[in-house]
Design a protein around this ligand. Structure first.
Ligand code: HEC
Ligand code: HEC
Length: 136
């Protein structure tokens, strides 16, 4: 193989590697998913989180803790650290797993859907706008 040809081939390879890693990193921006699929598209995660707000009639800060590192800029002090864990987020993880088990075991009619995204039974099936269905 000529020298120029070899250079061309290797730059095509390099471009390919860059392209592939860019494609994959687009989906790895979430750092701490333990029950939802790690490759979940951002839009899907957003709509699931919003559905939690609606089903429980709460805001994001019901489950997510604030950024409180001393290195956080003061104007960002009130913003939430979505990747950080807290007690309510852990409670919610158990609820998500329970819901996924119910849907996968009893409502898996459409095999084209990723089991985690089945929604025959949803948070709202039980919660109906109440974070504590059994009473606080
Ligand atoms: C009922 C509790 C609850 C509410 C309300 C909630 N979340 Fe979440 N959120 C979770 C749980 C639990 C996880 C982790 C899921 C997992 O481990 O797979 C999570 C994960 C996330 C992540 C991924 C963080 C990472 O990098 O791992 C983002 C971003 C996020 N939530 C944003 C939001 C936003 C924005 C709202 C409000 C619109 C919201 N959440 C409301 C429970 C909640
Ligand atoms: C099969 C019914 C059912 C489904 C489905 C369900 N929950 Fe719950 N959830 C409950 C009950 C009942 C309680 C109250 C438990 C208690 O009072 O200790 C509860 C409590 C909670 C709490 C309060 C924390 C706690 O442990 O007391 C959170 C947060 C929560 N659920 C989030 C969710 C989210 C998010 C979903 C959807 C992914 C969901 N739940 C789906 C029945 C359900």
């Amino acid at each position: 193989m000529g020298k120029i040809k070899a250079v061309m081939v290797s730059s095509f390879l390099a471009a390919g590697v860059l392209f592939i890693s860019a494609t994959f990193s687009a989906n790895t921006e979430f750092k701490n998913l333990k029950v939802l699929p790690k490759n979940i598209p951002e839009k899907k995660l957003d709509s699931i989180m919003l559905s939690f707000n609606h089903a429980l009639k709460v805001n994001c800060d019901f489950c997510h803790v604030k950024k409180n590192s001393p290195f956080v800029l003061s104007q960002e002090k009130d913003s939430l650290d979505y990747a950080a864990d807290g007690q309510m987020k852990e409670n919610a993880r158990k609820m998500i797993s329970m819901m996924m088990d119910i849907n996968k075991n009893y409502f898996y009619f459409d095999k084209n859907i990723e089991p985690a995204y089945l929604n025959a039974v949803s948070c709202n099936t039980c919660h109906r706008g109440n974070p504590f269905p059994l009473g606080e």
